[in-house]
Design a protein around this ligand. Structure first.
Ligand SMILES: N[C@@H](CCC(=O)N[C@@H](CS)C(=O)NCC(=O)O)C(=O)O
Length: 307
C-alpha cells in the first residue's frame, strides 16, 4: 500500500492553503497533521531536524520542505491534471517565486492591521524574532499605507495577465502560479475583511480568485501527530536516484552539510548530503523517534554549505 500523503500544516497558514488547493486541483486524498502556529513544535522537529516553517509534506520517511518543492513532488507522484500545464513548469516556478516574495509580508501585515490584536502576544513576539517584522495591530496599522503601495504594482501585473478574459494566469487551465499568487490574497481578505478588500485594487482579480477557490482541497482526513511519527519510523526513505555530484559548488554526497533558508528563519538544518541537482537538495537525518529520514529542500531559496 502506498504511504499516505501527510501535510504538517495549520489552517491559518497561507502557504498551507496553497498546498491544500494543489490537492484540490488534483482531486487527491491527504492527511492533515495540525502543527502549532509558533515554536515549540515538538512533533515536527524530529522529522525535519529543525526546519519549522509550515507546511511540510511527509510521505513515508521523506519530508518535503517549502511549497515550491512540495508542489513539484505532488506533480511527480500524480502527474494529472498538471500543476504545470502546457509544459510551463519553468514559467510557473518563476512566477511563484516572484509573487510570494513580493506579496506575502505586505498581505499578511494588511490582515494583522485588522486582526493583530486578536493574536496571542507570544505569537507577535515570536514572529518579530523569526521574521524581523512587527505584526502587532498598532505597527500594522501604521504601515498600512506602505503595504498598500508595496502590493499595488504586483497586483496590477496579475490583472494584466488575466486581461481579455483569460481564466488563469497561464491560460485556460489552473497552474502552480495561480495557487502561489492566490494564497497571500486569500489570507489578506479572509482576515482583513471588508476594510482590506476595499483598500486593495482587487476588482480585476475577483473572478479569478473565485475560480481558484473552487478547486477545493481534495479529500482531507485529520491525523494525530503521533501517527505521522509512527509512519516515518516504520518507513525507509525513498532511495530514488539523485545525482550525488551535481552541486555547482562541489559538495558531494556523504558530506555533512547545513541547509538554511535565504530569507526568513535561517536556522540551519544539519544532515548528510544524499543528492543535489538544479532543483532539489536532499539530506539524511537520524533520530531515535523516527529512525532515518530524508529531508528535501528546493534549491531556489536555500543555501547549502559544508558543516
Ligand atoms: N517559502 C516557504 C514559506 C513558508 C512560510 O513562511 N510559512 C509560514 C506560515 S504560512 C511559516 O512557516 N511561519 C512560521 C511558522 O509557522 O512557524 C514555502 O513556500 O513553504
Amino acid at each position: 500500500m502506498p504511504a499516505p500523503v501527510i501535510l504538517h500544516q495549520y489552517d491559518f497558514s497561507p502557504f498551507s492553503e496553497k498546498v491544500r488547493l494543489a490537492f484540490g486541483l488534483k482531486g487527491m486524498e491527504w492527511h492533515a497533521v495540525d502543527v502549532p502556529i509558533a515554536m515549540p513544535k515538538p512533533d515536527l522537529m524530529p522529522l525535519t531536524n529543525g526546519y519549522r516553517r509550515a507546511p511540510v509534506m511527509q510521505i513515508g520517511a521523506d519530508m518535503y520542505c517549502d511549497t515550491l518543492l512540495i508542489l513539484r513532488e505532488i506533480e511527480r507522484r500524480q502527474p494529472a491534471p498538471s500543476l504545470y500545464p502546457d509544459g510551463q513548469q519553468g514559467l510557473a516556478h518563476a512566477l511563484s517565486y516572484w509573487v510570494e516574495r513580493t506579496t506575502f509580508v505586505p498581505a499578511a501585515a494588511l490582515a494583522t492591521s485588522v486582526i493583530g490584536d486578536q493574536l496571542p502576544a507570544e505569537f507577535i513576539e515570536e514572529r518579530k524574532a523569526f521574521m524581523n517584522h512587527d505584526f502587532s495591530k498598532e505597527a500594522s496599522l501604521r504601515e498600512r499605507p506602505l503595504n498598500l503601495q508595496r502590493l499595488h504594482a504586483h497586483l496590477s501585473w496579475l490583472g494584466q495577465m488575466l486581461e481579455g478574459g483569460r481564466p488563469f494566469l497561464l491560460g485556460d487551465r489552473p497552474s502552480a502560479a495561480d495557487l502561489s499568487a492566490y494564497h497571500t490574497l486569500w489570507f489578506a481578505r479572509k482576515n482583513g475583511g471588508p476594510t482590506v478588500e476595499a483598500a486593495l485594487p482587487l476588482g480585476p482579480l475577483l473572478r479569478w480568485m473565485d475560480r481558484v477557490a473552487a478547486l477545493g482541497h481534495g479529500t482531507r482526513h485529520d491525523m494525530p501527530a503521533g501517527e505521522a511519527l509512527a509512519v516515518a519510523k516504520a518507513s525507509e526513505p525513498d532511495l530514488r536516484g539523485m545525482a550525488g555530484d551535481e552541486d555547482p559548488s562541489g559538495l558531494r554526497a556523504g558530506q555533512a552539510v547545513r541547509v538554511s533558508a535565504d530569507d526568513r528563519g535561517r536556522d540551519p538544518v544539519r544532515g548528510v548530503l544524499v543528492g543535489a541537482d538544479a532543483n532539489e537538495v536532499v539530506i539524511r537525518h537520524e533520530n531515535e523517534r523516527v529512525g532515518a529520514v530524508h529531508i528535501h529542500f528546493p534549491r531556489a531559496g536555500f543555501d547549502v554549505v559544508a558543516d
